[in-house]
Design a protein around this ligand. Structure first.
Ligand code: SF4
Length: 280
């Protein structure tokens, strides 16, 4: 770690300490694993990889599940966190949140972005997908999941018997990290309150975290996604399940069957009929 990075981490730790955050530690196994399973999967052709391999990142203490659940796997969240005391904003709407976000320069990600990628879809969706952050295509178009990973996500949504406009799709950070790197902790801490407000405003029945970054942020854990992928958890009173990011599936097509199993759990809760499953 260079001096600049060390200073940033120290400043953040000091800030966290002032807020009364509990200690945390680095989990070097936070990257999503490869899967050796090769069962049938729902989506169509798998293109070549478009993203860099997943990197590990220190844990991000953000929003905890609102109440202990039998499925609680996260022993780290034992004290107050950045959003724990945050009340839902009365009558908040996506329009108000977008207005409040404005032409945001709150974190350094604004410097190289082209467009803010706020989110897209049904403001009253039963199902919300949360990814990590915009990539190149998203940055150009200002819309989430419109690149190759986005096409795969669209296939997954349609395989569930839905259309993209039926769901809401957003990310933890709204501006593209340079070179598609992982969002850094200070960037997540700055931007994620807007995600919290989005989820509070939509009040979906199910949240699907796509990949490690979204899952770690919303669940306040530093555990790798393989430790809880496919398990029903809870976020502020909403059922949450974490599965692999579509970009990961582009690199590891064999994991598609695992994701499909996770999505089938979501479909069961939402009473959806699988198009592709029905066709098989
Ligand atoms: S990532 Fe979020 S907090 Fe940072 S500049 Fe973009 S909108 Fe603002």
């Amino acid at each position: 770690m260079n001096d600049s990075s060390r200073d940033r981490v120290e400043n953040w730790l000091r800030y966290a300490d002032e807020l009364g955050l509990t200690p945390f530690y680095r989990d070097r196994a936070a990257s999503e694993p490869q899967s050796s399973e090769a069962a049938p999967a729902p989506a169509a052709e798998i293109p070549e990889p478009m993203r860099k391999p997943a990197q590990s990142r220190p844990p991000f203490p953000a929003t905890p599940p609102p109440a202990p659940t039998p499925a609680s796997l996260f022993p780290i969240a034992t004290g107050p966190t950045l959003f724990e005391a945050a009340d839902r904003i009365e009558n908040d709407t996506l329009e108000k949140i977008r207005t409040d976000l404005g032409e945001c320069t709150r974190c350094k990600l604004h410097k190289q972005r082209n467009k803010i990628v706020f989110g897209d879809g049904n403001p009253k969706a039963d199902l919300v997908f949360v990814g990590e952050g915009p990539g190149h295509d998203e940055d150009v178009q200002g819309l989430p999941f419109v690149g190759r990973a986005g096409k795969l996500l669209t296939q997954m949504i349609e395989a569930m018997g839905l259309q993209r406009p039926d769901v809401y799709i957003c990310n933890v950070v709204k501006c593209r990290p340079p070179e598609n790197r992982l969002p850094e902790r200070d960037e997540i801490a700055t931007c994620s309150p807007f995600l919290v407000r989005q989820l509070d405003a939509i009040r979906p029945k199910v949240i699907v975290c796509l990949g490690t970054t979204a899952a770690q942020m919303l669940l306040n854990t530093n555990r790798g996604i393989s430790g809880f992928r496919g398990e029903w958890l809870e976020y502020r009173g909403t059922r949450l399940i974490a599965t692999y990011h579509p970009a990961y599936l582009l690199r590891n097509p064999a994991a598609k069957s695992e994701v499909w199993k996770d999505l089938q759990k979501v479909m069961s809760v939402l009473g959806l009929q699988a198009k592709r499953a029905a066709a098989r």
